[in-house]
Design a protein around this ligand. Structure first.
Ligand code: SAH
Ligand code: SF4
Length: 372
């Protein structure tokens, strides 16, 4: 007889875990204890040491029919300034994804992936250049946050760890408070699994990540944005714009052919009207492509009537694209035009971590090249 695949416990919300315990004939009290072990103690085994308040018969059942969905680290790299740590994590089927722990501007943030590869094919993106392999399950998305939360605990004991912001607190553990879905993959192409994972991450009896500290970045999947608006999901939405005309955008972001700029802008308006939230617009600055004063004015005009903020990201060079990052002065000039002429707030993302190939998908590419 074929045995069923083990249940990945990180796939389950708290009510689902409780229901599973009832199906097994165990008390929901044990389910609540297990939940605490999973998300407060960050347990990494079903041993009596790791889960002392669970009876052996419960732990035996877990060992037989469930898994902790732990993602072993294939590669781990620190940026030279020590503020960014990038993990290449191995999934149960051997596929690999990237998760990044960032500590700057006084906070700790996990940047997590939603797919293995990506189907959207943005020309400058290392993940896009890989193509699409598969969606991540909710448990694989949650496990990345658990991995970072665990690393933060352990990290406190490593000599020479940078101690900034929350990390400088006198408390024994820095807690993970911020999540950005900006790793590999397009989160709105994997809508159901991502939303299920977010429900688990937000659970106040667990990792308790506040909704306003979760940012979802999308290439502009219009039906997904409209569904977010309809479901009134209280997240931060970041839209990867990169160009302010349909023709220029379609050349960088092939998905724009399916979801044209005017439809995307209309969806953004619907989202901000439904939720009352401002939209973040990402703009990867590529020298000579989308970084001129005329480009700045075009994006200013495009966003004129929307509550928006622009995040300018100097390009991280990738092997599959020959563009170069915009120089600092041009980025500052771009920013000044947005501020002076359009009162449009913007930030220039620091290029920290560039020495560990911090661009989306770049560590996976480097590891692949290194193993050949
Ligand atoms: N698929 C989603 C989220 C992952 S990419 C999206 O596209 O929004 C997160 C951000 O990194 C996006 O704004 C993306 O355009 C940007 N990005 C990807 N590759 C990059 C690179 N090589 N240099 C700079 N930014 C990049
Ligand atoms: Fe996919 Fe985002 Fe990369 Fe585009 S930028 S290929 S949507 S991961």
């Amino acid at each position: 007889m074929k045995t069923a695949a083990p249940i990945n416990l990180y796939d389950l919300t708290r009510p689902e875990l409780s229901a599973q315990f009832v199906r097994w004939g165990f008390s929901p009290v044990h389910a609540a204890r297990l939940w605490n072990y999973l998300y407060l103690a960050l347990a990494d085994s079903f041993s009596a040491e790791a889960m002392p308040d669970l009876p052996e018969k419960v732990r035996a059942r877990l060992r037989a029919e469930a898994s902790l969905g732990h993602l072993p680290t294939a590669l781990e790299t620190d940026s030279s300034d020590g503020f960014t740590r990038k993990y290449l994590l191995t999934l149960a089927d051997g596929e690999r994804i990237e998760t990044v722990l960032m500590r700057f501007t006084g906070r700790v943030t996990a940047c997590i992936s939603s797919q293995v590869g990506c189907a959207m094919g943005c020309v400058f993106c290392a993940t896009g250049q890989m193509g699409y392999t598969r969606h991540l399950t909710p448990g694989e998305i949650v496990a990345q946050a658990v991995h970072v939360a665990r690393a933060l605990r352990v990290g406190r004991t490593v000599p020479g760890e940078p101690r900034l912001g929350e990390d400088a607190s006198p408390y024994p553990c820095a807690r993970l408070r911020n999540i950005v879905l900006m790793g590999m993959g397009e989160p709105l192409h994997n809508y159901d699994a991502v939303m299920h994972a977010i429900d688990i991450l937000r659970d106040e009896a667990g990792l308790a990540i506040a909704a306003e500290r979760i940012t979802l970045s999308t290439v502009g999947v219009v039906p997904g944005i409209l569904r977010l608006a309809q479901e009134m999901r209280p997240l931060h939405l970041a839209v990867s714009l990169h160009a302010a005309t349909q023709a220029e955008r379609a050349a960088l972001v092939p998905a724009a052919k399916k979801w044209p700029l005017d439809e995307l802008m209309a969806a953004c308006r619907t989202y901000s009207e439904a939720t009352g939230r401002r939209i973040f617009d990402e703009w990867t600055l590529i020298e000579g492509k989308n970084d001129s004063p005329a480009h700045a004015r075009a994006v200013g005009e495009l966003l004129r009537s929307l509550p928006a903020q622009v995040n300018l990201i100097p390009l991280n060079p990738t092997t599959g694209y020959d563009g170069a990052p915009t120089h600092n002065e041009a980025a500052k000039r771009f920013q000044k035009i947005l501020a002076d002429e359009f009162k449009l707030p913007s930030t220039v993302r620091q290029r920290r971590g560039i020495d560990i190939a911090a661009g989306c998908g770049q560590l996976a590419v480097a590891a692949e090249a290194g193993s050949q």
